[in-house]
Design a protein around this ligand. Sequence first.
Ligand code: SAM
Length: 248
Amino acid sequence: MPATPAWPPKSLPRLFVRSRLSEGAIVELDGGQANYLGNVMRLAEGAEVLLFDGESGEWLARIAEATRKRMTLAVESKTRQPEAIPDVWLAFAPVKRTQTDWLVEKATELGAAWLLPLITRRTIAERVKLERLQAIAIEAAEQCGRTRLPEIAEPVALKQLLAGRDADRRLYFADEQGGEPPIDAFAPGPALIVTGPEGGFTDEERDAIRGADNAVPVSLGPRILRAETAALAALAAYMTVAGDWRTY
Ligand code: SAM
């Protein structure tokens, strides 16, 4: 018996829009999105598209008008409620631009709620282009089926992060010098994962993190992982042990 095809078909193009979506709403697409649907996907009036606004869930819409310069969509029905994402924040030390872009894309796919570029003594990239990282997160969310975008914070210094954090949010410190195995360390609940720069944390920084309230050092195994690998490995381990991979 052939399986009932999924509805809406997973193959429908999926776009994030900044305007609030509701049944009957008319959405005007920006040039890039109109070009993508019209010229890349070669869709015409009447074609179906999935939309999400980061708040209200996912909606089925239909191209109402398509001219060379302008494309509008008419929103028809809601296809999915906003998904509950695990309350996990990832504070990562930015690395070279390509690797940081990759990290943000993958952390969005893995389900991070917040991404915090962390400035430490040995962080090589002090400045990050937030708009660029947000665009990368939007594209990753469009592709992986998220209906909520990760928040991307302004870069924060380690001292500031430790001083300003809510101690009820457990801090998981990925420490290559040793810690608890993820299976024992991670537990459901608000989480802040902290991973270091290519050059690692200084001893002073390590002591400050380990000395923080409700902080747990976590080992990601016997090998020294690159900074971007460690950030994603820690996030994946959290999702496995304490996140939404446990239940899906
Ligand atoms: N400076 C370190 C060294 O050369 O010994 C390596 C730093 S590592 C490239 C970058 C960051 O990834 C570390 O600060 C840590 O947060 C994380 N990391 C890498 N391997 C890890 C492991 N096996 N366990 C826990 N964290 C790890």
